[in-house]
Design a binder for this molecule. Structure first.
Ligand SMILES: Nc1nc2cc(Br)ccc2s1
Length: 235
């Protein structure tokens, strides 16, 4: 395949959405491969324990290095890129998705609890490239949903995955602004009409109107995305 994806989780069934719809088709067509591993297969004890209390005290549990280490030894070769979703990670962006889509082999380590013993990442970093990545300023229960989001954002960029109808060429962040409103038939729905300009056939006017809508929406929802020369920049 163009891209090999391995995911490690204590809830492998959480990753089944990766086999549905367009991503499932990409697997069937051999564009990508997705293998999910149950971290508990690398436990040693009869209780298949994966976590323990945190040194220094505090709430919650930490995932054991003695389980994660051998797992990544088997699942993550040195030439792969290890991606560790965590609220404490660098922000995941479209640009990072583009970088990941050019990789040959991605390994996602899904943590739960308060996270994975830091020495697992530190040890892996002596052999391979490691990215600790956040998908947003909110805390999930584990890294699985973040992994699904990052895989979807990454795989859709690989040639052949999206039909050309759903091309990613005009992605909403392509000009750095938020996408404005979209409309389709009927022309009037529940008394609401489609903006007349969109039915004018005047493509220059339509393009101008759409850019203005994008700017207006970006000013109101994401002033941080505004280019320096646009009014409305946060101080
Ligand atoms: N936004 C995110 N929240 C979490 C929580 C855990 Br627990 C593991 C990974 C992530 S990524």
């Amino acid at each position: 395949p163009t891209l090999r994806i391995d995911v490690v989780s204590i809830f492998p069934e959480y990753l089944t959405p990766l086999r549905a719809a367009l991503l499932g088709r990409a697997i069937d067509r051999g564009i990508i491969s997705v293998d999910v591993h149950d971290l508990r297969d690398w436990t040693h004890d009869v209780h298949r324990g994966v976590d323990d209390s945190p040194y220094g005290g505090g709430p919650g549990m930490v995932m054991k290095p003695e389980v994660w280490g051998p797992c990544l030894d088997d699942v993550c070769p040195d030439d792969a890129l290890l991606v560790v979703p965590t609220p404490a990670g660098v922000p995941f962006t479209q640009s990072m998705a583009e970088d990941l889509s050019r990789e040959r082999h991605l390994v996602f380590a899904c943590g739960r609890y308060e996270g994975i013993d830091q020495r697992v990442v530190d040890d892996a970093a002596t052999r391979t490239r490691v990215l600790e990545v956040s998908i947003g300023d909110f805390v999930l229960i584990g890294g699985e949903v973040a992994t699904i989001a990052m895989v979807e954002a990454t795989v859709r960029l690989i040639d052949g995955v999206l039909g050309n109808a759903a091309s990613h060429q005009q992605d909403s962040f392509s000009d750095g602004l938020l996408e404005g409103p979209s409309y389709t038939r009927p022309e009037v729905w529940r008394g609401l009409a489609v903006p007349a300009v969109l039915r004018s056939g005047d493509h220059a006017k339509i393009e101008k109107w759409r850019h203005e809508e994008s700017l207006q929406r970006t000013r109101s929802r994401r002033p941080d995305l505004l280019p320096a020369d646009e009014p409305g920049q946060p101080d």
